[in-house]
Write a protein that binds this ligand. Sequence first.
Ligand SMILES: [Zn+2]
Length: 355
Amino acid sequence: MFSTLLVLLATVASAPDRSIQLGETYAQAIAEVNAKHARKPGTTLESELAERLPKKATLAFEKLIEIKADGGLVEALEACARAALDLDRVDDFNTARNRLLELDASRAEALGVALSRERILLLGEGGLSVSYLEHFALITEDVLAAYDEVFGFKEFSKVAGKKLRVRLHLEEAIKSPPHFAPQFPFHSEIDFPVIDAQTLNSPTPKGQFMFYGLCHELGHVIAMWGSQSNQEDHHAWAHYTGLVVLEHIATSKRKPKWLSHCRDFQWRSVEKELSRLGDAKPGTGDRDAVLALLFGLHDALGPQAIGEAVNIMDEADKRLRINHVRYYSFRELETTLLASTKAKKLKKRVSALFP
Ligand SMILES: [Zn+2]
């Protein structure tokens, strides 16, 4: 009787630890795979990386899912679901979430839903459905394809090979616009509020340009300028790339279906921006000067040359990085562009745009 009680007490005492331990084994292994990759990304893609999770981690996860009940189970499942998304393991995310649904539906729903595509991983919170993410994925993939066609940037994520994350959340109203969230250790993420759970309508009834916002934020993901304390581009770069890409999609022959809900081009275009800029002098002194500089380069060399310059600077990988985020300088851009421009006249034209 006495020994049975001891065994029982021991089981009760160790039970919560068991699920927490299994969850930690899984989450730690994911962090280790990501950290190792970030040190030397090479050409490994995240889909390949996701397959490199050690057996002990996948076994720990399987065991956790089989646990009937214990004190730490809910927290452990939540931790695993979040960790799974850090390594594009959406199947694990769904398995953990489904198990959590049986235990605590509201906490499972608070985790949101996820969708993985070749280049992006979308997370939907606040009651968004997977089909909404599928709709949003089409838009994001078209925007990425437009960036490819127009600029040809080789790498979108601050850690090469990792998929871009977009965290969508359904809100009553859009209080802060979409923004690039640079704080995550191993991937680039865009925070994207939405107010309609069916379709992305842009602009919103309040005149917020959500489609432009997505095009704009991807510009930030590609390149930051100066440093954290000195934004050398005065927030002009993402406006420039965003407008150019928006226009490319809106004026292409292939009109994606979703474009009928995203009508930003009526109000936002390169032409309108150029006429607003008037004869602003190119330079780096303020936002309009940087815009005049960027549109000047666009006009003289074309966007492919700008994209190629960024790719060259990335290959050298000598510029500033803060938490892996790439910071460029206009001095370096000028040098890189001049090095790859042959014609003398054109060289002069490019030089004249920089201060
Ligand atoms: Zn911005």
